[in-house]
Design a protein around this ligand. Structure first.
Ligand SMILES: [Mg+2]
Length: 266
């Protein structure tokens, strides 16, 4: 199980050791799942990006936090017949909900149908074109008692020029307006991400290694879910962060790049 940003790529560039390391894992016959908190991009877009970098990847091997939200909602919090899920965010949010067979409505359609009466749940993920009108519909539905799912609560989204608001900042806008907090957060480090990811792999936690670059999401969440963990030093956190982190964020392995894990697979 492999995180993407800071593990496989940074922007348009592959991380050192990632292409070779994942090729070694493939040739050893290991199933691979790319698990990302990015809710906005479609699995096909992510797979195309990986292929362009030279990493073999199929859309079925990509699981984003919108897909986790959709699958978790269907399994654990079914939407009653005749009710809808309001998709707030980029195209990845609505697409994931539709793929799970849920009845989806987007904010503009809520206005057309005259209100949020039929909205039983709200799934809120990042969308770069998200505006006030979208947050207004989310706020109205949440205030009316809809079950509120946030795909992730990352405060920031890293851009080339610095930190922009992440989904957590937009979730905070709805929380501030409604006086409520999300009923469920699905992305790493939260349990739904790992539950749905293990289902997709069809493997028990003890048979899976999570490769990540963040101690507070990838490593802590996977460790809590019972997976083995490896921190690669191609992304956000380094050895000094490990030294400063608490017991729940200690990785089982620390390697410079993914290719250094090859020794464990041979
Ligand atoms: Mg990362």
């Amino acid at each position: 199980m492999c995180d993407l940003d800071g593990v496989v790529y940074r922007g348009e560039t592959a991380c050192e050791g990632a292409v070779e390391g994942l090729a070694v894992a493939r040739s050893a016959g290991l199933p691979i799942l790319f698990l990302t908190n990015n809710a906005a991009r479609l699995p096909t877009e992510v797979a195309d990006h990986l292929q362009a970098l030279g990493v073999e990847a199929h859309p079925d091997e990509v699981l984003n936090s919108s897909q986790v939200a959709a699958s978790y909602l269907r399994q654990h919090h079914p939407v009653p017949d005749g009710k809808q899920v309001l998709a707030v965010g980029g195209p990845g949010v609505a697409a994931a909900l539709e793929d799970e067979g849920l009845s989806v409505v987007v904010p503009a359609q809520v206005v057309e149908q005259g209100g949020t009466q039929s909205v039983a749940a709200v799934v809120q993920g990042l969308g770069r074109n998200l505006g006030w009108a979208d947050l207004a519909e989310a706020t109205l539905a949440v205030s009316s008692g809809a079950y509120w799912v946030a795909t992730n609560t990352d405060a920031t989204l890293p851009l080339e020029r610095g930190q922009a608001p992440g989904n957590g900042a937009l979730v905070a806008a709805v929380a501030h307006a409604t006086g409520r907090q999300p009923d469920l957060v699905t992305g790493k480090p939260h349990p739904p991400a790992f539950e749905i990811a293990l289902q997709r792999l069809g493997l028990p936690a003890q048979d899976v290694l999570m490769i990540g670059d963040r101690l507070d999401t990838d490593i802590e969440g996977a460790g809590r879910a019972g997976l083995a963990t490896a921190l690669v030093l191609t992304g956000v956190h380094g050895r000094h962060d490990v030294a400063a982190a608490g017991a729940s964020q200690q990785p089982d392995h620390i390697v410079e790049t993914i290719v250094d894990l090859g020794a464990h697979w041979e």
